[in-house]
Design a protein around this ligand. Structure first.
Ligand code: GLU
Length: 281
């Protein structure tokens, strides 16, 4: 199979040095392998996505010297596809509607207990208040959650290959960890028609991604993605989670770190070669 990787930014702010590293690394590896580098715009959260940031992404990546095939996949065009995947999970009896807001979840979770994790890769671990609600009760103000316990009963032992330096090796999904440290993840967010986790696995499969190259901050979410792939009968790519680019104080760069925005470096006369050197490529 042709080595195929992707860069999947969300158009919710300017690309910064960390994005430049991720995109350049993926593009370099695809080129070295005689493979393909694809771009995907993760604009599922329409309350935060802006056309101006999408345009800036194309502009910055071209300036860095990257090329990609057209048309570019955009999540906002694919709601029907996500709905189809969701219905597969609903038909398997693995989905329930949840009406809890953040305060409800905090109240139900109670006081933090020693050794019991409160947050996982999908945010606060859900205490299960709505778990017995049937799908027939789902309303527009509900989110839809995966019943993790039932989902785990559906799969045999599964694992994924990680080639990034920090976690290199084969990782078997551990049901205990998924129950305790991940829990009933959100498949459909309010007013969104999907969620990051559901969209990303469907998109990676539809784009025939063989290698997912992305930041280390998403390593813990990978077990969710591999589980959803198994449930939906989708292939599992190889994963490579790379180092995060940090500011001089050691803090991870965020979208609001305009000081490290590629556009700002461009305006100051920095060259793409300088950017490569700054991120260690
Ligand atoms: N859209 C995500 C981000 O901008 C990347 C998701 C991924 O690579 O799986 O952080």
């Amino acid at each position: 199979m042709t080595f195929t990787t992707r860069f999947a930014p969300s158009p919710t702010g300017p690309l910064h040095l960390g994005h430049a590293y991720s995109a350049l690394l993926a593009h370099d590896l695809a080129t070295a392998q005689g493979g393909q580098f694809l771009l995907r715009i993760e604009d599922i959260d329409q309350s935060r996505a802006r056309p101006q940031w999408e345009d800036q992404i194309y502009d910055d990546l071209s300036w860095l010297g990257l090329t990609w095939p057209h048309p570019v996949m955009r999540q906002s065009d694919r709601l029907d596809r996500y709905r189809q995947a969701l219905h597969t999970l609903i038909d398997m009896g693995l989905v329930y509607p949840c009406r809890c807001n953040r305060a409800d979840i905090e109240a139900a979770a109670g006081a933090p207990q020693e050794g019991v994790p409160q947050f996982g890769p999908d945010g606060r671990i859900y205490p299960g208040t709505c778990r017995l609600r049937p799908m027939s009760e789902a309303g527009s103000q509900d989110v839809l959650r995966l019943n993790m316990k039932k989902a785990l009963e559906r799969i045999d032992s599964i694992s994924f290959q990680e080639t990034g330096a920090t976690h290199s090796g084969t990782h078997a999904l551990d049901p205990k960890t998924l129950l305790r440290e991940v829990g009933d993840i959100i498949l459909v967010r309010r007013n969104m028609g999907s969620s990051y986790h559901l969209s990303v696995v469907v998109d990676d499969a539809d784009q025939h991604i063989t290698h997912v190259i992305r930041g280390e901050d998403l390593f813990d979410a990978t077990q969710i993605h591999v589980l959803l792939q198994a449930l939906l009968g989708l292939p599992t790519p190889v994963y490579q989670h790379h180092k995060l680019i940090r500011d001089p104080a050691g803090k991870r760069l965020a979208k609001r770190d305009d000081a490290r925005a590629i556009a700002k470096y461009r305006a100051e006369g920095t060259s793409p070669k300088d950017i490569r050197a700054m991120v260690g490529l």
